[in-house]
Design a protein around this ligand. Structure first.
Ligand SMILES: [Zn+2]
Length: 455
């Protein structure tokens, strides 16, 4: 029999052939210096050509064998490991370059940190040797720092960008630090995790230099990274190295005030970049507490926008937690904006607490549903009916599932189960008092929060 392959046919066994894949890697680790001490150096990869004699591996017996069975999609794998001691020789003066080129930042950044510490603890010749080693390694790290914004964003979040900047500022290489900030943070990725290190580098700069750098940072990042900018501004209100803090930081306060509606608009339209932030309670606290000491007028604009702006910033999820945090700040009683925000949130709570809270007098329950199809209309009538506590909905599974989905998505005051007597089965719906109970829980939270805001 002859079978012809047609496009779209399922492949059969004869279409595949079994092949073997060989893969290998080699690395050197568990380092010891000639004096027996253990350097802060992780595993480094190497090429077989670097071995002496070159065919060393061919005469080695494996020290470890492991065999894994084939699964449905994968073939079996057979691994052989070879371990042996090695004497590693590097050309004098090239050690750091070799490490920097063979290892990633997870190895070189801790090593740089070590070298900086050695330099800080050493004296005399040893001190200058440690410093020049640290500077050389820093240069290699800077040259090899990833270019992509995506990678830089990860490095920033996990604190690697800040660690490198801190090493640079410890070494006093402010120019290199500033170039790095321009290239990696301003033109690349910026997160809150960079800020401690940024504040430290700014301290070592001239007044004019730090103003220019901050200007470029805020112009570029005020909208896309407003959370990091607001956190930085708030940190800068606590430093004492500005000659005239209000004059220098005033422009940046205005930039954030203007950026806030843009951030919220971009978010609402759904084209917000992942690196940009939402209007979170922390952002509200950082903005108000950061801007107010510098520029009370801008702070009042921010608070007014938060309370009455077109974006409907959520009272319970955003403004209440922010007000509770701002309420704990030292000196908040002197800020008209903070008092206005706290007062509005408190009034909102007061009104909700004043609402009557009574258990349902009959069997009618809230009947607003997420779906308005004819089946769900029947559910809505049942919910509104003050005399009926139970409803038996006999229907095929698809219809019952749809009804269950509406009950869940509309948070109906209904407990339900399926009775499997007869065909089709029956969805048995019984009314409960969940809305009343959750209002009671809400009332307890409101009273607690109100008491805290009154203090
Ligand atoms: Zn429906």
């Amino acid at each position: 029999m002859v079978s012809a392959r047609r496009s779209g046919d399922e492949p059969d066994e004869d279409d595949f052939e079994i092949i073997e894949v060989y893969d290998s890697f080699q690395k050197v680790g568990e380092w010891r210096k000639p004096d027996g001490s253990q350097p802060n150096l992780r595993e480094l990869g190497f090429e077989e050509e670097e071995l002496c004699p070159p065919d060393l591996f061919s005469s080695m017996d494996p020290t470890d064998l492991s065999f894994s069975e084939a699964t449905g999609n994968e073939g079996a794998s057979f691994e052989r490991s070879y371990h042996f001691a090695a004497l590693v020789l590097w050309p004098k003066g090239r050690a750091l370059a070799i490490v920097a080129h063979s290892a990633g930042l997870s190895t070189t950044l801790p090593l740089l940190d070590d070298l900086v510490r050695q330099w800080q603890q050493a004296e005399g010749d040893a001190s200058s040797a440690a410093r020049s080693d640290a500077l050389e390694l820093a240069r290699h790290i800077e040259q090899q720092w990833p270019k992509s914004e995506w990678e830089n964003s990860g490095l920033s979040r996990q604190g690697d960008t800040a660690n490198f900047l801190t090493s640079l500022s410890c070494l006093g290489t402010v120019e290199t630090a500033v170039e790095f900030i321009e290239r990696v943070i301003i033109a690349g990725a910026y997160t809150k995790a960079d800020n401690e290190a940024l504040v430290r580098v700014l301290e070592q700069m001239s007044e004019a230099g730090r103003s220019e750098l901050l200007d470029r940072l805020f112009r570029k990042k005020a909208v896309t990274c407003i959370d990091a900018c607001a956190d930085l501004l708030r940190k800068l209100t606590h430093v004492d190295y500005f000659q005239d803090k209000s004059a220098t930081l005033g422009d940046f306060s205005s930039m954030l005030t203007v950026a806030l509606p843009d951030v919220a608009r971009a978010e609402k339209k759904g084209y917000r970049r992942p690196s940009a932030c939402v209007v979170s309670p922390q952002l509200v606290v950082d903005l108000v507490a950061g801007i107010d000491p510098i520029d009370p007028y801008s702070a009042s604009i921010v608070v007014e926008w938060l309370l009455t702006g077109p974006q409907d910033i959520d009272m319970d999820d955003v403004l209440l937690p922010a007000a509770l945090d701002l309420n704990k700040l030292d000196g908040n009683q002197e800020s008209a904006s903070i008092l206005h925000l706290i007062g509005t949130v408190r009034e909102n709570l007061r009104q909700r607490i004043a609402e009557a809270l009574e258990s349902p007098a009959d069997w009618s329950r809230p009947a607003k549903l997420t779906c308005h199809c004819s089946q769900c209309n029947d559910l809505s009538y049942f919910l509104a009916n003050s005399m009926q506590s139970e409803w038996r909905y006999r229907a095929v599974q698809a219809k019952r599932s749809h009804m269950e989905a509406t009950i869940r998505s509309s948070s109906c005051d209904i407990d339900y189960h399926t009775s499997k007597k007869g065909s089709p089965h029956t969805l048995v719906c019984r009314k409960n008092q969940n809305s009343y109970y959750s209002k009671g829980e809400q009332r307890k939270r409101d009273e607690r929060d109100f008491a805290m805001l009154v203090q």
